[in-house]
Design a protein around this ligand. Structure first.
Ligand SMILES: *Cc1c(COP(=O)(O)O)cnc(C)c1O
Length: 392
């Protein structure tokens, strides 16, 4: 059904024809949308007017507030990116050349990169299919004499199987870390993510559940790890010009911390909205043949950094049709497993991770962010229903 549209002088219709194809007259619903408002602008202005913009009192306050609100009072150290948080966290825990760290391959490359940057070897394990997180059985099979640590990712905002991974770590005397880049506020069996590991990293990149512009927050399992991180962040100095170890400049600025502090007051409400949006998508897509909606494990609180479905067939066609015919943006996280990337494949010659590869072929992340309207959600549901049916 093709109606005349406002391009032809009639307002309010949804379609027009362009070069023989039906196009939708509506703006694209973006896959992600950072929310930055007046309060963030005023906070930055306040820091600018103070004349002191580098790491200072705002960073200190941000660390304390983040620790209180999100990780049960654990000591937190702010850095200038999530990737720096992983890299420095690994170094602070003594990871280096000769060590192996077991990580998922189905994640953003920063997970494996940070291990490789320490000189250690990332060892890629497979995922369990329901929640896309590390499969403890695959982790167990990957342990060798050189294994020093396990670093699961709470992918898409769903907590990894921390109890099972803790048991493996204890059994083999391994450290346990958390890549919580996508999981601010997620919980498992009553405890927030970021409280299970020897360290945990939260990313503050703009598309994450909260942002500071760029940045990372590391939650520390002990005062020693926190102290090492503070040294590594600042050229190895606690006392100025008395450099104790070789370190980086990975400091967060007070400008970024000021934004992060405002976002911290809002992230709880945004998470509630993400969860409510996910419930609408769950209900709307439950009965669609060829679509698997994301299940949540008993005892887990999912914070839906992404709402990720699986489609049985021809994922790329679905992504394209959603965008072009329904005005629905979506994302594919991640199309190439880390162990197949040119940058990381040398760590995993010949490795076969069937569940990871299947997920990489099937996943689509639909918009779930807190600024979606009811109409947007309806359009997402309608779009998926029509597209998957049309291809069936
Ligand atoms: C975003 C992300 C990172 C890296 O965080 P940055 O702040 O972008 O450096 C690491 N791991 C995962 C799983 C991520 O999603």
């Amino acid at each position: 059904m093709v109606l005349p549209c406002d391009r032809h002088g009639v307002r309010g219709c949804r379609f027009h024809v362009e070069r023989g194809r039906v196009k939708v007259n509506q703006s694209l619903i973006p896959a992600a949308r950072p929310i930055i408002g007046d309060e963030e602008r005023e906070a930055v202005d306040r820091v600018l007017r103070s004349g002191m913009v580098a790491q200072g009192p705002e960073v200190k306050a941000f660390e304390a507030e983040f620790g209180e609100q999100l990780v049960g009072g654990r000591e937190c150290v702010a850095v200038n990116s999530g990737t720096a948080g992983l890299h420095l966290g690994l170094l602070a825990c003594g990871i280096g050349p000769g060590d192996e760290v077991i990580v998922p391959s189905f994640t953003f490359a920063a997970t494996g990169n940070s291990v490789a940057l320490t000189g250690a070897t990332p060892v890629f394990a497979d995922i369990e299919p329901d929640h896309f997180c590390l499969d403890p059985r695959s982790v167990r099979e990957s342990v060798t004499e050189r294994t020093r640590a396990i670093m699961p990712v709470h992918l898409y905002g769903h907590p990894a199987a921390m109890a099972e991974l803790r048991a493996i770590a204890d059994e083999h005397d391994l450290l346990l870390f958390e890549d919580a880049a996508q999981a601010h506020g997620a919980r498992l069996d009553g405890a927030p993510v970021g409280t299970f590991g020897d360290f945990a990293m939260f990313s503050l990149y703009p598309t994450k559940n909260m942002t500071s512009g760029e940045g990372g927050m590391v939650s520390c399992g002990s005062p020693e790890v926190a102290r090492q991180l503070r040294l590594l962040r600042n050229q190895g100095m606690e006392v100025q010009y008395a450099n104790e170890i070789v370190g980086f400049n990975a400091r967060m600025t007070d400008l970024h911390a000021a934004i992060g502090r405002v976002q911290l007051t809002k992230v709880g409400g945004w998470t509630d909205q993400r969860r409510a949006n996910a419930a609408v998508l769950d209900a709307g897509l439950a009965d669609v043949d060829g679509v698997t909606t994301p299940p949540v494990k008993d005892g887990a609180t999912h914070v839906y950094h992404q709402y990720t479905i699986r489609v049985a067939e021809d994922r790329d066609r679905v992504v394209q049709a959603l965008r072009e015919e329904h005005g629905v943006g979506s994302g594919v996280y991640y199309p190439i497993p880390n162990h197949r990337l040119p940058s990381l494949e040398r760590y995993a010659p010949g490795l076969d991770l069937p569940r990871t590869e299947e997920a990489a072929r099937q996943v689509i992340s639909l918009p779930v962010h807190p600024s979606l309207t009811e109409g947007d959600l309806e359009r997402v549901v309608e779009g998926v229903r029509a597209t998957v049916r049309a291809g069936a």
